[in-house]
Design a protein around this ligand. Structure first.
Ligand SMILES: [Zn+2]
Length: 261
């Protein structure tokens, strides 16, 4: 399931592929992928516009257009973009095709939870405005992180998943971050000690930055815990003891009860 590093990697690929190109047509194979405006208007809004920028906010991918507008995509569980020549046969799970002359950008999504919106201005799109801090952005300082944690009840795992506080972290990277920071996922956020708050702040940035670098280089993340997580009889890559799985913050959470306190 795509999280910040995956979406960031898609954004970087799109930058190479479609910046400066003009949209010549749109084909909607699964119109329900489109949320706003209605599918017929959606295609009309995009056609003729030129891609001038690719951005990311949390897990949202932003394709910015000239003279105006942004195509906003959320990949959800299985969404992905692929670049193809027009004559290349379509993948059976292709939902939307955005044409750039003889090449096309195809949105492939097996589970169909991904969705797209075209908006005139990003400021008018509520879901973007409700997102919290970008963990790789400059505003994510230790003091902002401290403020964010202050007085928060609930588990630290739950806090990492709250998109309105810190945007882009999902279940898998939350577990990776907490394992690397050696913090138990069920700890109440307001009980973290100052040294743990600092460690967690640094770990969030390091884990996400490294994942972005590895995804661009190898096409998949490389992490000892990421690999172990979810395997049968998974062992902690740190101490070799069995990992525990528990439902924390409503999500299946893997952790090492020995290394994470
Ligand atoms: Zn361990």
């Amino acid at each position: 399931m795509p999280e910040l590093p995956d979406v960031e990697t898609v954004a970087r690929s799109l930058r190479r592929w479609i910046i400066g190109r003009r949209i010549t047509g749109v084909r909607l194979l699964t119109p329900s992928t489109i949320r706003t405006p209605p599918p017929r208007e959606f295609a009309r809004h995009l056609t003729g516009r030129r891609v001038v920028g690719i951005g990311r906010r949390g897990k949202y991918l932003l394709i910015r257009l000239r003279p105006s507008g942004t195509l906003i995509t959320h990949l959800r569980m299985t969404g992905d973009f692929r670049m193809a020549r027009r004559l290349t046969p379509l993948h059976p799970h292709t939902r939307v095709v955005i044409q750039f002359g003889r090449r096309e950008l195809r949105f492939v999504d097996q589970r169909r939870f991904g969705h797209m919106d075209v908006v005139e201005t990003e400021e008018d799109f509520g879901p973007l405005q409700r997102l919290g801090l970008e963990p790789l952005g400059r505003a994510f300082t230790l003091s902002r992180w401290r403020e964010l944690l202050a007085g928060r009840r609930g588990t630290v795992k739950g806090l990492l998943l709250r998109q309105d506080l810190i945007a882009g972290i999902g279940n898998i990277y939350a577990d990776e971050i907490l394992w690397q920071a050696r913090i138990h996922p069920a700890r109440p956020s307001h009980r973290l000690r100052p040294d743990e708050i600092r460690r967690l702040h640094g770990t969030i940035r390091r884990v996400l930055q490294r994942a972005v670098a590895q995804l661009s280089k190898y096409g998949h993340p490389v992490g000892r815990f990421l690999d172990a997580r979810g395997e049968d009889n998974a062992q902690c890559p740190g101490c070799g003891r069995p990992l525990s799985a528990a439902r924390i913050a409503g999500r299946t959470t893997y952790f090492c009860p020995h290394c994470q306190r």
